[in-house]
Design a protein around this ligand. Structure first.
Ligand code: GRF
Length: 218
């Protein structure tokens, strides 16, 4: 079967991109990275993509007169590359409703909290401030409201008494690197359908699907 072609949008460090690159390097993984696109020239993520020999494109957003024009250029590049699924991986630009609608149920994001808790900036600090005992990450389909949309995969980590936002962010990041490839695999295997605002996953071991607890076995 043809592998699902991923377009990964990045602005920074690119550790989630790396997790996707690593997953795709397994010939049995049902997806491949078709394009890595960044709005930031010199983003470490772009270097990672180049090292992996992947097609890259930098479109500095300041070169465009409006958000709509920038998004139009991104859309055209993704379409040219034959992308079937857009993966936001630390992409620090808000996308216009037209772009989000064009990729409805074909665009996913990863956020370092258990959504719908702690949307927006500094979710790890928000978790510490709230005193929660667990946090984690969420991979979800993208909707126009920030950090919302049907949830595909969540992975849970403990929040420990001495955690700083940085320590918690690192722990969550480890979970992200497992959750993102799993979510992509589920979509690529054709096991996900969206009903209303829920993503329904069929088949497989249920423990691996609705909730991941990395390191907890199974
Ligand atoms: C991750 O924490 C991700 O959840 C959030 O932005 C961060 C990106 O990190 N959306 P990286 O660039 O993938 O290392």
């Amino acid at each position: 079967m043809a592998r699902l072609r991923l377009g990964v949008l990045v602005s920074g460090r690119g550790s989630n991109l790396q997790a996707l690159i690593d997953a795709c390097s397994d010939p049995d993984f049902p997806a491949e990275v078709a394009l890595v696109l960044s709005n930031v020239a010199g983003a470490p993520a772009i270097e990672r993509a180049r090292r992996a020999g992947l097609p890259t494109l930098v479109l500095p957003h300041r070169d465009y007169a409006s958000r709509a024009e920038f998004d139009g250029a991104v859309h055209a590049a993704l379409a040219d590359a034959g992308v079937g699924l857009v993966c936001l991986a630390g992409f620090m630009r808000l996308l216009t409703p037209g772009f989000v609608d064009a990729w409805r149920d074909r665009m996913v994001n990863i956020h370092p909290s258990l959504l719908p808790a702690f949307k927006g900036l500094h979710p790890q600090q928000q978790a510490l401030d709230a005193g929660v005992r667990v946090s984690g990450c969420t991979v979800h389909f993208v909707r126009n409201e920030m950090d919302s949309g049907p949830i595909l995969v969540q992975a849970v980590v403990p929040v420990l008494p001495d955690d700083t936002a940085e320590i918690l962010a690192d722990r969550i990041l480890g979970a992200e690197h497992a959750a993102y490839p799993l979510a992509v695999r589920l979509i690529a295997e054709g096991r996900v359908r969206v009903e209303g605002e829920r993503a329904i996953v069929s088949g497989g071991d249920w423990r691996a699907v609705p909730l991941m607890v990395p390191g907890a076995g199974a």
